[in-house]
Design a protein around this ligand. Sequence first.
Ligand code: AMP
Length: 296
Amino acid sequence: MVIVRNRKALGEAIRRLREEGKHIAFVPTMGALHTGHVSLITLGRKHADAVVASIFVNPTQFGPGEDYTRYPRTEEEDIAALRNAGASVAYLPAVEDMYPAGASTCVHVAGVSEGLCGAFRPGHFDGVATIVTKLFMQVQPDVAIFGEKDYQQLAVIRRLVSDLSIPVSIIGAPVMREANGLAMSSRNRYLSEAEQAIAPALYRQLKETARVLSLPECVVCMGGAIIEQAPHNNITHELGRMKAALLKAGFTRIDYVELCDAATLLPVTTLEAPARLLAAVHLGTTRLIDNIEVLP
Ligand code: AMP
């Protein structure tokens, strides 16, 4: 595995791969790598001949008061993890290289970036769309792998690539979880022991709510005639129940629990097409996000 730290060295590494006729998969990360990240590299290797992975804690996607300065930085372990996973190139650019002095251009993906996390983290998806656009231009991959763990981010990237006709195929990878169901995240290491005991309740609640929402409507018949079609899977009621259960489980604050169309991420009031149940919650100073598929 080649380790490159600036655009020039990256360009040379990419040129060598292209000269060898290799198709390239790209996996952008912010480091503090875990099994979820490794699964993206593994998937990348299935879709291409070589994987380029980047590690860059992108300052523009953190809001004021968020965890940019304390975000875990574990470069040595990350490089070992990328090497073990079979990446061909590890790209670790410096902030000054990605954002030259005076940089004032940003990529804004309207619509899909605005609800959910976008409403609670203003500017976050502008930062994501900008850095991913820059990385795509530098790496020029054939495919790029993003985790469904950050489901809204994946939807934003799909929109971005389609709108700007960026010649890359976007592949979504399933959420990797701990044995207790907690979605793996670099931020899980912020959790205290007590918080670690509470955190798995998020996925338990997502699963339970998804199960109830997918139940067929309760139809009451009398003498062959439908006298009542009671939606016992009332969406608003179920989302309210889930929020109450999360607070009871010990989560300290809820940003959102929403059922959205799986493609547009617009809120869903009746379950007629594939949907996604998404949640963002706080446990002390740590913000956790997770989501699950809900099929009609
Ligand atoms: P991050 O380092 O948090 O920016 O994440 C880099 C990539 O890894 C993103 O595409 C994430 O969606 C993905 N990712 C993070 N956690 C997981 C997970 N538990 N399972 C699958 N993919 C993940």
